[in-house]
Design a protein around this ligand. Structure first.
Ligand SMILES: C[S@@+](CC[C@H](N)C(=O)[O-])C[C@H]1O[C@@H](n2cnc3c(N)ncnc32)[C@H](O)[C@@H]1O
Length: 311
């Protein structure tokens, strides 16, 4: 079944905020900011927050979650949306790039009111660094964890994620795939005054290594070429689920996107399932659950009773 071949928009698009053409200033490479264009192209924070709350309810957790951690937070726009959403919400953002964090500070965090700002903390750190308080929900979106290419590295990250989630909490992440993800191709999406280009530049079937770029093209023929570069391993859903379970999560489910009957593309509604379709391009969410009651570890230091065999 055909589905959206868009590999970098996991969420419904924002409502259009287009100005009438006469009042719109035309974008060009020299006047554009790559972080702003990235957010406009691939992030929809309201839908992300909706999904967090829906996953919480659907996994039969009480009330609504309030504490969020956003790994690979970039500009931390999702964390900002989370603290704005409800008065009791708190967010921790973690990213190791000081430049993107500075941009996020100037563009987003500084626009929060005093209460919202007090409930947001952003850390310039590696996601593997321990030391932050546990949260109810941890998110790692837009496939950022694909940068861990070795099995042992991804397992170590998932174990760290497990440690960062409170008992009864959730770890939410996304993944992409489909037959088109194994080909070297460009896909264009025309947005408000610019074109977003997802360039699957290189795929190595032996290692599953991929190199992807994002370019932005403009009506005047200029381009922000390779505005973002991703050197990833294209992990399969089966591998990711196995590793999450190995890291300690008690239940892992894949949420697959429904189909719009008219367009036969994805409809933006994700539901847990054990069966997906062999479509050209798909995006899915994974919901990893940490139980409230954790099984007690067996004390292996106690010697086993010696069995006395009847003589
Ligand atoms: C694909 S962007 C994700 C941005 C945003 N979270 C989103 O959903 O679109 C990946 C981000 O991960 C950050 N990053 C890469 N390796 C990291 C690491 N080991 N620890 C923390 N952040 C890392 C990069 O600096 C970059 O901002």
């Amino acid at each position: 079944m055909a589905r959206s071949t868009s590999t970098r928009v996991s969420t419904p698009k924002k409502k259009s905020t287009r100005k009438p053409a006469s009042k719109r200033t035309l974008r060009s490479a020299s006047t554009s900011d790559h972080h702003e264009l990235y957010e406009l192209s691939v992030q929809c924070t309201d839908a992300e927050c909706d999904f967090i709350e829906r996953a919480w309810k659907q996994t039969r957790r009480p009330g609504l979650p309030s504490s969020l951690r956003e790994d690979f937070c970039g500009t931390a726009i999702a964390s900002c949306a989370w603290v704005r959403r409800r008065k009791g919400n708190t967010a921790i953002g973690v990213d190791l790039d000081p430049k993107v964090l500075k941009w996020g500070d100037q563009r987003h965090w500084s626009t929060l009111n005093v209460s919202e700002r007090a409930r947001l903390s952003v850390h310039c750190a590696d996601v593997m660094t321990p030391g932050q308080p546990q949260v109810e929900v941890l998110v790692a979106m837009n496939f950022s964890y694909f940068l861990f290419k070795q099995r042992a590295q991804l397992l170590a990250y998932f174990k760290r994620a497990f440690a960062n989630v409170k008992d009864g909490g959730l770890f939410l992440l996304d993944a992409y795939g489909g037959s088109a993800s194994h080909s070297e191709q460009e896909e264009e999406r025309h947005l408000d005054g610019f074109t977003y280009v997802w360039d699957q530049y290189h795929y190595n079937p032996v290692t599953s290594d991929v190199v992807n770029y994002i370019h932005f093209r403009f009506p005047d023929g200029t381009e922000l070429k390779r505005a973002f570069a991703y050197h990833w391993r294209l992990w399969s859903l089966a591998e990711i689920q196995e590793l999450l379970q190995e890291a300690g999560f008690d239940k892992v489910s894949v949420w697959w996107e429904g189909t719009d009957k008219k367009t036969t593309s994805g409809n933006g509604v994700f539901r847990p399932t054990t069966r997906g379709e062999a479509c050209e391009g798909w995006i899915a969410y994974l919901v990893a659950e940490k139980s409230v009651v954790r099984a007690k570890k067996v004390n292996r230091s106690t010697p086993k009773k010696t069995r006395i065999l009847a003589s």
